[in-house]
Design a protein around this ligand. Structure first.
Ligand code: ADP
Length: 270
């Protein structure tokens, strides 16, 4: 049976999803992008195949997407992450109903995508000039607070009182602001909640540009942070649709497009 691969080479992490003929996910892998996107993407695809007992020759079609997509020479096709994200969200978010807005926070950018009833992209807004609303900022802030990004959620829920305001719109200044707050003996919990609310406000402002309709889907690595999810939901006044594996939606979309691409080429070749 042939398999189809979607590889999302992000600025921070490489995400790989393998699907079968029936669009079922047969394997997935997340690894750091490091400095050698191409090398790591190839190694991780091979490793995933090995773990699953699937040879590279059994992968009929590969679609790459994300920041480093053009560097992956083995790809049969490259696709923008906006399209791949929308296709993946439609599939991973089936259980939530019609998704009309996607909020994606990645390692170094954040974006909002507006979809029509059929799931086609109608508009999008992106913020890649300022790191303060991105995963990178969460990584830097967590390091400064000497905690792991995976722990940010727990710290958020232990915060007491009004979350602190983090006003800087640039990650470098925000970092100094965090140092100042620590110096004033604010707890790490309250600072973490402040960071989450500041990111939440920023992403909602971005999402308003594309419209906040029906179901709002949130994905990207930072969607694994329950504290950030709660802050966005508080600011938005409603629940977000979070898929089971929020970091791999775009890779899943690329894999689904690989399956389509393969069928299309087969038909064209008679
Ligand atoms: P990109 O596609 O731009 O490489 P991702 O969507 O993979 O970005 O997101 C990477 C970010 O996700 C990291 O910078 C980190 O802040 C965050 N992240 C990854 N895993 C977790 C986790 N388990 N808990 C909280 N945050 C996480």
């Amino acid at each position: 049976m042939p398999y189809y691969a979607g590889i999302d080479i992000g600025s921070t992490a490489i995400k790989i999803v393998l699907i079968d003929e029936n669009d079922a996910i047969v394997g997935q892998r997340v690894a750091g992008s490091g400095s050698m996107f191409y090398k790591y993407a190839k190694e991780n695809l091979q490793q995933l195949g090995k773990d699953l007992g699937i040879g590279m020759e059994e992968i009929a079609y590969i679609v790459s997407t994300g920041y480093g997509r053009k560097l992956f020479k083995e790809a049969d096709e490259t696709i923008s992450e906006i399209t791949a994200n929308a296709v993946g969200a439609r599939k991973a978010g089936e259980k939530f109903g019609t998704i009309r807005t996607i909020i994606n926070i990645g390692g170094q950018d954040s974006k909002a995508i507006g979809l029509d009833e059929e799931g086609n992209v109608v508009n999008f807004a992106m913020n890649d000039r300022c790191a303060a609303g991105t995963g990178k900022f969460l990584d830097v802030a967590a390091a400064k607070l000497e905690i792991d990004v995976e722990e940010l959620g727990e710290y958020h829920f232990r915060a007491s009182g009004t979350p602190l305001a983090i006003n800087s719109t640039c990650a470098v200044f925000a970092e100094s602001e965090i140092i100042g707050l620590l110096g004033n003996e604010h707890s790490r919990e309250d600072i973490v909640a402040g960071i989450h609310f500041s990111i939440a406000k920023r992403i909602i402002r971005l999402a308003r540009k594309v419209g906040l309709n029906d179901v709002v889907y949130f994905d990207g690595g930072p969607a694994l942070n329950a504290g950030l999810v709660a802050a966005i939901e508080d600011e938005l006044g409603r629940e977000l649709a979070i898929p089971d594996y929020p970091q791999i939606t775009t890779a899943l979309g690329a894999a689904l497009l690989a399956r389509e691409g393969y069928r299309f080429t087969e038909e064209a070749n008679g």
